[in-house]
Write a protein that binds this ligand. Structure first.
Ligand code: SAM
Length: 221
């Protein structure tokens, strides 16, 4: 249970996050900044990490997984260049924080998580926040959405050795994929546009994500 004093404290910390860690760097998309100013990030972290909810670093969410650093969430969202007509596929629901940011900026979000426990907890937080434009699937996101569907945007929130082919097939012409591509320990964050059926890739920055584990990604071991 969060008391009034804590509510005030989180509001101040959220403001510092926006001004110092996001706008103070290269996050210029006002819609992204507004949404992240609204969302209570403390709802998405385990109770023993609430006090650190606005620190600009990833935090553990259980099962060896993390909620991504706020700056990286903002950067990836900005790179997606979203509008209210976009249908977005997200791989790696995790805590649901990034899912909530996407849901506030897009038409429909389709999110896949391989751990049942994480997906269920994310679903409960988004329901508590009244976010109802999200569909959830538990399984291997590297194989794409479970039904035939084309997406305007795809966000991969875990490291992949390459963009999985099923995702290229489910991306609309001119659509964008944002993903950390590389090895197990370090990756390049890239934004790829689908032009005439092929991806054209642009480097954004170096990054470090947990692995996407699946048929078209990394092995578990
Ligand atoms: N976006 C999340 C957030 O805001 O909390 C953080 C995602 S975390 C860095 C990566 C997530 O990808 C983990 O929850 C992990 O279980 C999930 N994951 C790994 N392999 C997956 C796969 N093949 N399909 C779906 N999710 C996967």
């Amino acid at each position: 249970m969060v008391s009034f004093d804590e509510k005030d404290r989180f509001a101040i910390e959220r403001d510092v996050m926006i001004r110092l860690h996001l706008a103070g760097r290269d996050i210029t998309d006002r819609a992204v900044l507004e949404v992240m100013r609204e969302l209570p990030r403390e709802y998405f972290v385990p109770p023993n990490y609430e006090a650190e909810a606005y620190a600009d670093r990833p935090l553990p969410v259980g099962l060896g997984q993390t909620i991504s650093q706020p700056y990286i969430v903002a950067l990836m969202t900005q790179c997606l260049n979203l509008n209210r007509r976009c249908d977005v596929l997200e791989l790696g629901t995790g805590s649901g924080y990034q899912t909530a940011v996407l849901a506030k900026l897009a038409n429909q979000v389709y999110t896949i998580e391989r751990h049942n426990q994480l997906s269920e907890s994310a679903q409960a937080v988004l329901a508590r926040l009244g976010i109802d434009n999200v569909q959830y699937y538990i399984g291997d996101g590297s194989c794409g959405w479970c039904e035939p569907k084309q997406f305007d945007r795809i966000l991969i929130t875990a490291a992949v050795p390459d963009i999985p082919e099923p995702l290229v097939e489910q991306l609309c012409q001119d659509g964008l994929i944002v993903a950390p591509v590389g090895g197990e320990f370090t990756q390049d964050l890239v934004v790829c546009r689908k032009v005439k059926g092929r991806l054209q890739s642009k480097f954004i920055c170096g990054c470090r994500f947990v692995k996407l584990i699946g048929k078209y990604a990394f092995d578990e071991t």
